[in-house]
Design a binder for this molecule. Sequence first.
Ligand code: GAL
Length: 397
Amino acid sequence: MKKFLATILALTMILALAACGGNDSGSSSAPPADSGSQSSEPAASSGGNGDAKTVGIAMPTQSLERWNRDGAYLDEQFKAAGYNTIVTYSDNKNEQQVNDIQNMLAQGVDLLIIAAIDGNALNTVMNDAGAAGVPVIAYDRLIMNDNASYYVSFDNYTVGKLQGEYVRDALDLDNAAGPFNIEFTAGDPADNNAGYFFNGAMDVLKPYIESGKLVVPSGQTEFSAVATDQWQTDVALDRAQNVLASFYSGGAKLDAWLCSNDSTSLGVAQAVTADYAGGNSVIITGQDGDVANLRNIKDGVQSMTVYKAVANEAVVTLDLAKAILDSGTADGSLISASGWDFACDYDTTSYQTSDGHNCPSFLLVPDVVTADNMEEKLVTPGYYVVGADGYLEATNG
Ligand code: GAL
């Protein structure tokens, strides 16, 4: 029940943020602006005291909806558990994230939770954390440094696989005559997850490309050709417009556009709506369940999103942090001991921070959301509510 209340509180904060535009320039609304950090005392109800341990929570940016949700959930849940928190958003700028983490170390944090902007570019602060004996939980995105003590995320490969399978089934690739035309948009090359998403989808769809059932008119099937810097909607929009102008203006039919997440999906959907001349509805995938994308799904502009319950990701992170800090057992036995009412795997072989160095990982299970199951998957568990206009909102406040 406590977790549910924390969820409601966090969602209220997100709605306030959304009302302010939720951009990186920041506002006085919580969560704090990207330009700085905010120390918080433990929630009054927790009976916190000066001896409470402090947890540094470094999120990448406020410009993408999901990270606002993650930051809010983590902050609320750690405070409710009696920890002090410092939360930063670093405007998708690696140097700023390095500074923010350095400041946290200088303030004597007991544990760091980091969703890296660039998983390859945090070596200095990660080594500093290691030297100071501060454990680091790599949150959602792996950090390529052996001082990452644990990794908490969703099964990233499965996210891409679910997107690929959705396209496969929607086009009935095993039975329909085809051929069908498809394009791809992947994520940020600096984000270790992006390759997993792309490979998961490609592993499903590649056999159909090889057999000729699926055709990629642009010819762009390599990750490097379809990647999107910083997952930016505008970057995805520009590339989609170029592809449509170059390969579809002569009347070619576009059947599907596989997008790795919702921010890129927004750009692709905008380009398709404005610049694609065909009369068919185009299958477009996504990931995250961002509110704007849920609207597009309801309107038939986007077909699906892979939803990751970030509230549960925060629950796992909190319980793992408690085990690390308060000398519980920080291994797979946490799963049975925790009593979580959602699935989570303990994996010690899939994610390596360097050659031969496995990072013990807690991996949650992603889920497919479409117009048909949106209420069951998102409203019934309490993640969203149906607004007066019939579209989903983060909360009714
Ligand atoms: C990924 C994350 C996705 C998506 C993307 C853009 O690392 O796993 O859920 O949000 O970043 O921020």
